[in-house]
Design a protein around this ligand. Structure first.
Ligand code: AMP
Length: 449
């Protein structure tokens, strides 16, 4: 009896044997939704806009068709632009894995590394260049990276690119890629801004949506909680939460670099294996921290939003928004770091007085009410300036504006007042009772339909 070959779901999408073989070796068995929907049209060469949640396999969705359609006789054919260095490094690494049975050459270019080194790499005539916008333009201006003959141009995480101010660079890069080309945009969210860019720079694009309007935009596998906690209590609450949850790997998101440094220091003080990552670190320091996190030497990464993209580490069990994101799209990206590719995860968002509106915006965006979570055994403490013996206008001025209270939370209490045994007041004062409703999210939320 003849043996029946198991059907290969990737071959059925139109992918060639050299790529299918690599995917088999990488143990990719089933295409993810974005791969199933995006690979066939992308293989025909049409422009594509793909909306996909983070961690859903979008790199393969745009990368495999490009790999297949490259003409290996010509260098500098594909440009993949990412908003952050980390994502650029990751995308290139992933493409190298996919290309193991092809003779395609690729390099990654990004700021913070010697430009001469990257110029040398470009002299080797790679087929694919992955990079961040600023460095791509810099290399182009120096004449090392001509863009006019690029046949494939991908902008990954376009929404994020716009968020962090790369809109003009995106426009410039698209204008420089003037030859006939296939343009692919990938984004977790598609807003009017992106639509305008699409209209100007794409030809009859095929639209692929994987996050349906009535579905949560974040990974459904991530359980999402909101924790009502005042700014001066946040570090204490965080330590307790980490001790109770015992995350395998956790990312704590803060709004500012200063807050990142303080929180990571405050965790290490209590023996929690935490490291900070933000834009002020040198590139090699960032890479060292990321390596430590990937290999599990560091359990807790404390990061700014800049680091929220491109962290592709599978076992992230917890995402904690120490500072509630001011932009609801940032929430989607932060929470997208956990529960990747079918794994489970938990997301906790700390919300203080006066931040109810930010919570509402998030809930509208994800079309889901965040579940309230009370940290067992956690007792809120009195505002430091109101404690007996406190100076009338104490060192807690950062708390006077609740909207911005999140910016510098760990700085508020003195070490003594911060001690976990400080006699607490629960939220029972008139002020707190009035404020409780907004904190906990029990208010009508307009649902997006
Ligand atoms: P991405 O969204 O491209 O960052 O991919 C997330 C992770 O999922 C990466 O580590 C990929 O290697 C992995 N991955 C992507 N597609 C598949 C698949 N079809 N099967 C198994 N793993 C995948």
């Amino acid at each position: 009896m003849s043996q029946i070959e198991p059907s290969n779901a990737f071959a059925a999408l139109g992918l060639e044997p050299a790529i299918v073989m690599a995917l088999n070796e990488l143990h990719f068995v089933e295409p993810s939704e974005i791969q199933r929907l995006m690979i066939p049209p992308a293989l025909t060469g049409v422009d594509v806009i793909g909306q996909a949640r983070t961690g859903t396999g979008k790199t393969a969705a745009f990368g495999l068709p490009i790999l297949q359609r490259l003409d290996l006789a010509h260098p500098l054919q594909a440009l993949i632009v990412t908003p952050t260095r980390e994502l650029a490094i990751q995308v290139e690494a992933e493409m190298v894995r996919f290309a193991r049975h092809k003779a395609a050459r690729m390099i990654v270019v990004y700021g913070g590394q010697k430009i001469q080194h990257q110029t040398k790499l470009l002299e080797r005539n790679p087929h694919i260049v992955v990079g961040t916008p600023g460095r791509i333009l810099d290399l182009n201006q120096r004449g090392s990276l001509p863009l006019a003959n690029m046949k494939f141009v991908v902008f990954d995480e376009v929404d994020r690119m716009f968020d962090i101010g790369f809109r003009d660079d995106v426009r410039k890069i698209l204008a420089l890629c003037k030859g006939p080309r296939q343009t692919i945009f990938v984004s977790a969210t598609i807003n009017d801004d992106i639509e305008r860019m699409v209209q100007q720079h794409m030809i009859n694009p095929q639209r692929i949506f994987t996050a349906k309007a009535d579905e949560s935009l974040t990974n459904p596998e991530a359980v999402q909680y909101v924790v009502g906690v005042q700014p001066w209590d946040k570090l204490r609450a965080l330590r307790l939460l980490i001790q109770q949850e015992q995350p395998t790997l956790a990312i704590i998101f803060c709004r500012t670099k200063r807050s990142v440094d303080k929180v990571s220091h405050g965790l290490r003080e209590r023996g929690i294996n935490a490291s900070a990552i933000h834009g002020d670190l040198l590139q090699n320091q960032r890479e060292r921290v990321m390596r430590g996190f990937r290999t599990g030497k560091i359990n807790v990464l404390v990061a700014t939003d800049l680091a929220s993209r491109g962290i592709d580490v599978h076992e992230i069990s917890h995402v904690i928004n120490y500072d509630v994101p001011e932009d609801p799209e940032a929430y989607v990206h932060r929470v997208g770091r956990t529960a990747r590719m079918g794994a489970t995860g938990k997301a906790f968002t700390f919300v203080s007085l006066g931040q109810a509106q930010l919570q509402t915006e998030i809930e509208k965006m994800i079309n889901h009410l965040l579940e309230e979570y009370r940290i067992p055994g956690f007792t809120p403490s009195m505002e430091p300036s109101k404690r007996p013996g406190a100076m009338p206008h104490g060192a807690t001025d950062s708390l006077s504006s609740p909207q911005h209270a999140a910016a510098d939370t760990s700085a508020a209490p003195s070490a003594a007042a911060q001690a976990d045994g400080y006699a607490p007041t629960s939220f029972t004062s008139a002020e707190s009772a009035a404020a409780r409703r907004p904190i906990t999210g029990r208010f009508p939320t307009r649902r997006r339909r």
